[in-house]
Design a protein around this ligand. Structure first.
Ligand code: HEM
Length: 543
């Protein structure tokens, strides 16, 4: 202690300054030495020590990636450094094959987990950001067991029909007396709609977020339910729009620009987790009560998702699994269910909202597409605009499906999908060490003129003949072992929504000149889409 005191006592400000400067210079030299001697050097922006590419913090991520793709993506591979992490960006369909196959577990992880996943209790919870292979496998198996059978039933369509009717009535209610239609921000309404949908699908309970939003628009007195409902919607939106901060390296957590954002998101997630756990515990008690009373129906294939998750791998499981690794044949804890429910709300709401809004934007800008869409609706539903939509009807809506795919090709809401290697591998003809992070740049591949003629043109007919589509040149739901678990439900939802909307309303953009307003975090979000909805007269669907 005495020696340390003597040393420190003899140190003046200049010495401290010189010491710090030496440390910083040594780090910068070390950083650039590592950078210029890296394995498989590819073109890309020159990184700044600790920060990597500053542009990612200053520009919209999607717009920045699009620009980089034009600058560096010509040969199908380039690289970036984000907050000190090297990322290899792939823009050719031929190079992503290994990430999209279902065998092996070499490319199963999505992130390096050197960020703050643990702090948010996401590193071994749920599915989407789960970094722990064993826990991910267990959660994925049970989530899949619960959601896939649902998409084979009319349950999602029935909920969607009921919710669409409700929403259409609010829209008509909001119409000004002398106006021929209602002007609404579709992106906000769709967020409330998908929230109500996912809640009904997962818990069987209506949280009335559309109703509360409508009350708010009509300036009705604010009630406790309205506040709670808006808070829940805000928590989901905040997580969707601000979650990149979770991937900032731990070492940067205390920085003045980082700390408040992390604390804000932590507080947000805390409230969301508490709400979800409250819902789960309540449902568990309800199930226990119905079992005691002999009222629990194990034969039904139409349990809501939450009930399926609670009874999975118990004697009340309606889809008992055999021939599986015994370590994943156990029931889930409340915390594990919370992780999966969190995924359903976070991964299952905004993705659909944005795809739907982008589709409307393109349909309104392409009268020929709108005409064919209306003709298909007319053919399938004849002149009955009220008949509830069934799975059978959805099967027939081929052009609607092509519109959804073409929208996702040209403007994917998930424009980047990452994979992290846990062992050395050969990708794009190069040998890579373990722990390399790859980004499949979906928007670049989906719009690459190598695979698509006139890629910038909106032509749904491209998807009529799937054999003509180059392998891996279109991705909406990713692929391989981590492929989207909600893909079937999402397609049901999008098709039902588009058909229901155009059966009942004519849709016009309020500003046809304005580009679509987007903001990117891990997904590309439609920030605003102001539309005018004009109720259709009977038999008017063709125009
Ligand atoms: C249009 C709507 C949707 C789009 C475009 C979409 C897209 C995606 C994509 C690209 C992935 C990553 C796949 C990969 O890494 O290969 C993903 C993962 C996932 N999605 Fe979706 N999704 C949509 C709707 C939904 C819905 C409705 C749900 C649930 C109700 C859902 C649940 C999930 C989950 C849980 C994962 C993580 C799977 C894993 O990591 O194992 N998604 N989604």
């Amino acid at each position: 202690m005495g020696l340390l005191y003597t040393i420190l006592n003899g140190v003046n400000t200049t010495d401290i300054f010189i010491g710090l400067l030496t440390i910083i210079c040594s780090y910068v030299i070390y950083f650039y030495y590592k950078h210029f001697t890296r394995i498989n050097p590819f073109p890309g922006p020159i990184p700044i020590p600790l920060i990597g590419s500053l542009a990612i913090f200053l520009e919209d991520i999607d717009a920045w990636f699009y620009k980089l793709n034009k600058l560096y993506g010509r040969d199908g591979i380039y690289e970036l450094n984000i907050a000190g992490n090297r990322q290899i960006v792939i823009t050719r369909a031929e190079y992503i094959d290994k990430f999209l196959v279902n065998d092996g577990s070499a490319h199963i992880m999505r992130t390096a987990n050197n960020g703050l996943l643990d702090l948010f209790d996401l590193h071994n919870k749920g599915v989407g950001l789960n970094h722990d292979y064993k826990h991910w496998k267990f959660n994925r198996q049970i989530f899949s067991q619960a959601i896939m059978p649902l998409s084979l039933t009319n349950k999602p369509s029935n909920i969607l029909n009921q919710l669409f009717e409700e929403m259409a009535n609010y829209w008509i209610d909001l119409k000004q007396k002398d106006d021929n239609g209602s002007i609404i921000d579709m992106s906000v309404w769709m967020r409330r709609f998908t929230m109500d949908f996912i809640s009904l699908l997962t818990t069987g309970k209506h949280i009335h977020s559309m109703y509360h939003y409508c009350q708010k628009l009509k300036d009705e007195p604010i009630t406790k339910e309205m506040i709670e409902s808006e808070e829940f919607a805000d928590c989901i939106n905040t997580f969707v729009s601000d979650n990149q901060i979770i991937f900032v390296p731990k070492i940067l957590r205390g920085l003045p620009l980082v700390r408040p954002r992390v604390d804000h998101l932590l507080d947000n997630c805390g409230r969301l987790y508490d709400k979800l756990v409250e819902i789960i515990r309540k449902r568990r008690r309800e199930i226990e009560k119905s079992i005691i009373n002999g009222e629990f129906d194990t034969n039904t294939k139409q349990l809501d998702l939450l009930t399926s998750l609670i009874v999975a791998n118990t004697q009340y499981d309606p889809h008992p699994q055999k021939n599986l690794d015994p370590s994943i044949l156990r029931p889930m804890t409340d915390d594990e269910i919370r992780g999966v429910m969190f995924d359903a709300f976070v991964a299952g709401t905004d993705t659909t909202v944005n795809t739907f809004c982008f589709a409307l934007y393109y349909i309104t800008h392409h009268p020929n597409v709108k005409k064919k869409l209306l003709e298909e609706i007319e053919t399938v539903f004849k002149d009955d605009p009220t008949k509830p939509i069934t799975l059978e009807d959805l099967e027939k809506l081929k052009y609607v499906e092509a519109i959804i795919k073409e929208t996702s090709r040209i403007r994917p809401t998930v424009s980047m999908i990452s994979r992290y290697t846990n062992r050395p591998d050969e990708i794009a003809g190069y040998k890579w060490p373990a722990n390399t992070l790859f980004i499949m740049y979906v928007r670049g591949i989906n719009n690459n003129p190598l695979y698509w003629k006139d890629p910038e043109k909106f032509i749904p007919e491209r998807f009529y003949n799937s054999q003509e589509i180059h392998k891996n040149s279109f991705s909406m739901f990713g692929g391989g072992l981590r492929m989207c678990l909600g893909r079937k439900v999402a397609i049901i939802e999008l098709k039902t929504l588009l058909a229901s909307l155009y059966r009942k309303f004519d849709v016009e953009l309020v500003d046809m000149q304005a580009p679509v307003k987007v903001e990117t975090s891990t997904i590309t979000v439609c920030k605003e889409l102001n539309v005018k909805l004009i109720p259709r007269e009977k038999n008017q669907a063709k125009h």
